[in-house]
Design a protein around this ligand. Sequence first.
Ligand SMILES: CC(C)(COP(=O)(O)OP(=O)(O)OC[C@H]1O[C@@H](n2cnc3c(N)ncnc32)[C@H](O)[C@@H]1OP(=O)(O)O)[C@@H](O)C(=O)NCCC(=O)NCCS
Length: 189
Amino acid sequence: MLSIRAAVESDIPAMESLIAQSVATLQQHDYTEAQRAAALGVIFGVDKALVRDGTYLLAEVDGVIVACGAWSRRMNKFGSDNVPGKNDALLDPATHPARIRSFFVHPAWARKGIGSRILEACEHAARSAGFTSLELVATVTGEYLYAVRGYTVTARYELDLAGGVKLPVIGMIRHLNPATEVRLLTSPL
Ligand SMILES: CC(C)(COP(=O)(O)OP(=O)(O)OC[C@H]1O[C@@H](n2cnc3c(N)ncnc32)[C@H](O)[C@@H]1OP(=O)(O)O)[C@@H](O)C(=O)NCCC(=O)NCCS
């Protein structure tokens, strides 16, 4: 039985372990070992501000955490507590897109729709908080999931990591248009 709940501080060690396993296995065809090692703990890791905000969600199966993913009402677009230049300023829903952040699925649970389930829950929560669009910085591995859910590419660029390592990422956005979405939900197929 899959259930989704907000993460709390005591979940953080299990989340860090899940993230390391997800990066090691699911990203291995998209990023080199050097890229994954340089990004882990800096780009890929827990941002505790999202846990404190109650916007970092966990998926559990029989009480075991199998995936995590967040939405955010804060300026920072990606990364763990250790990302350089972290900016936790609050966004204004009237003018800013909410952020989608930090999606990691345990390798044994990939391609079972769990990432989509958490993303849907994040989108719903961000919409309820008054945001009308969602922005994210995707990994090469993550781009498929977001493209399927209607996010479009705004930029392709590289993050500079320690040791001269570069990490290719993709900027993506989705506009939440309530009028269109209500029509889609109610129109007969
Ligand atoms: C990206 C990630 C979160 C996707 O989670 P997931 O639970 O496997 O995704 P879902 O099962 O909900 O996938 C939904 C759809 O997205 C697409 N998709 C997801 N992963 C894909 C992949 N590796 N290749 C091609 N399509 C993919 C498919 O259309 C899929 O539907 P299908 O399985 O019926 O074909 C997971 O691969 C992951 O944790 N990757 C490592 C960490 C990472 O890079 N996270 C992204 C941070 S931006």
